[in-house]
Design a protein around this ligand. Structure first.
Ligand SMILES: *[C@@H]1O[C@H](CO)[C@@H](O)[C@H](O)[C@H]1NC(C)=O
Ligand SMILES: *[C@@H]1O[C@H](CO)[C@@H](O)[C@H](O)[C@H]1NC(C)=O
Ligand SMILES: *[C@@H]1O[C@H](CO)[C@@H](O)[C@H](O)[C@H]1NC(C)=O
Length: 285
């Protein structure tokens, strides 16, 4: 009698393991630990260089809850304080990371106020940050994101190329390929917005990133016309791609602007793009 039920219980054990393993594997070693890391500036040595970053824990940080981790990457000639402060910290996402979306935010500091990523050293910097935070804080490894404007968008794109299994999605606000794309064949969910009047990185440079991601994510081709110059409008295209790897492109009438308003000027904390990127990232759970 017992011998008949035993194989069955093994089947159940195996099934539970198969079902639970992906959930357990998504949580970092820091889950359950009293954190030693607090909000503020930290330093790491990477490639024999001292590197700085700001980390922001949610006020209600709960060590038992796997948090989202979002990197906000600064633009050229700025530094990590620019993303961490201002009227829309972390490109506006921090103020929206409430309730079930409580999030750990990180603003890394580039070398020489940029993201040249020489020899891949900036990618290694992100690796080191993720390792340090994962050992101490409770992070959902399946919900790691990066976004940035201009050079910060270029660096986010480079992360999508080199670390496609680490980053669930990246958002590029008026970026281009300036930080390399080592690897660059695996899919990563991707959001791009770019102004048709961009006088710093022209819109073709942004669309080059988009087209590469469309190939990687197996998206069906789709007509995605850019808005006309001075049309004071925007156009959003959502592509049909391999499940789990969506691509969204928003063309807007504006110049080189991180957070545009409806006339393409600087919308700051009222920019439509904050809600768009927030919604794009929050579709993943
Ligand atoms: C690391 O940098 C220090 C100076 O900051 C230098 O003395 C040392 O030789 C460097 N080490 C390597 C392995 O490059
Ligand atoms: C938050 O998550 C919990 C547990 O999954 C769920 O019961 C609750 O409805 C969620 N709340 C919101 C506002 O989504
Ligand atoms: C957009 O921002 C610009 C400043 O950059 C401002 O002059 C303009 O009035 C704003 N337009 C709207 C519709 O908010």
């Amino acid at each position: 009698m017992a011998s008949a039920s035993r194989p069955l219980s093994w089947v159940f054990t195996l099934l539970s393991l198969l079902l639970l393993t992906p959930l357990i594997a998504a949580d970092t070693a820091g889950c359950g630990k009293a954190p030693t890391i607090t909000s503020g500036t930290r330093t790491l040595t990477v490639n024999n260089k001292s590197r700085r970053f700001i980390v922001r824990l949610p006020n209600n940080y709960d060590r038992t809850k796997p948090h989202r981790l979002i990197f906000g990457v600064h633009w050229r000639d700025a530094d990590f304080q620019a993303v961490d402060g201002g009227s829309a910290p972390y490109y506006g996402l921090r103020n929206l990371a409430t309730g079930n979306y409580s999030t750990i935010f990180v603003s890394p500091d580039g070398l020489n106020k940029g993201w040249a990523n020489s020899g891949g050293e900036d990618i290694l910097f992100f690796d080191a940050i993720i390792k340090q935070l994962s050992d101490d804080l409770c992070i959902n490894e399946k919900l790691i994101f990066s976004l940035g404007f201009s050079y910060g968008g270029a660096m986010s794109y480079s992360l999508a190329c080199s670390r496609p299994k680490v980053f669930r999605a990246v958002a590029v606000l008026s970026g281009a390929q300036l930080s390399g794309c080592s690897g660059g064949t695996d899919p990563v969910a991707f959001y791009l917005q770019h102004g048709v009047r961009d006088s710093v990185l022209n819109v073709q440079m942004g669309k080059q990133l988009r087209d590469n991601m469309l190939r990687r994510n197996g998206c069906a081709s789709k007509n995605a016309p850019d808005v006309a110059r001075n049309s004071r409008s925007k156009a959003k295209t959502e592509y049909s791609c391999t499940a789990g790897y969506p691509v969204t492109y928003i063309s807007f009438d504006g110049d080189h602007t991180a957070l545009p308003n409806d006339s393409g000027g600087d919308g700051g904390a009222n920019s439509w793009s904050i809600r768009e990127v927030d919604t794009f990232f929050k579709q993943f759970s």
